[in-house]
Write a protein that binds this ligand. Structure first.
Ligand SMILES: [Fe+2]
Length: 138
């Protein structure tokens, strides 16, 4: 199921909220690729989307930590640890997707899709919303 942006996800900083919207867009793009009719799914495109997600997530975490540092946000250290864990989890899951240990084609794309939604929502809802009202500088 694709994710939709809503005000409930806003942390109140334009740069961070724009990043989250972009991350949602990339994940929805992956899901759209998995929903194509059998035989028309483009493996290379799917892998390309995952690569873009990894790079964008890394850039986003760096931007978020910078914003938090400028705002002297008291959750910065916790957030850095969470970002490291999220980066590792994403890398591990993509590696499993690549090496086929997530199961057959249909199963692995479905698992990847639901992992990505949970991964992002875990990040935004459980971690980033704690910043709401504390990083309103942009
Ligand atoms: Fe974030």
């Amino acid at each position: 199921m694709s994710i939709s942006w809503s005000k409930d996800l806003a942390v109140g900083n334009t740069e961070i909220d724009d990043d989250h919207r972009e991350l949602i867009g990339i994940i929805n793009e992956f899901e759209a690729e998995t929903k194509k009719a059998a035989g028309t799914v483009d493996d290379a495109h799917m892998r390309h989307i995952l690569g873009r997600l990894q790079i964008y997530a890394q850039d986003h975490f760096a931007r978020e930590e910078y914003v938090q540092a400028i705002a002297k946000y008291d959750g910065l250290a916790e957030n850095k640890r969470e970002h490291e864990a999220l980066t590792r989890t994403l890398g591990d899951f993509i590696a499993r997707f690549d090496n086929g240990t997530l199961g057959d084609r249909r199963g692995s794309t479905d698992q990847m899709s639901s992992f990505l939604s949970n991964w992002l929502m875990g990040h935004v809802l459980k971690i980033d919303l704690k910043m709401r009202g504390k990083v309103d500088i942009g």
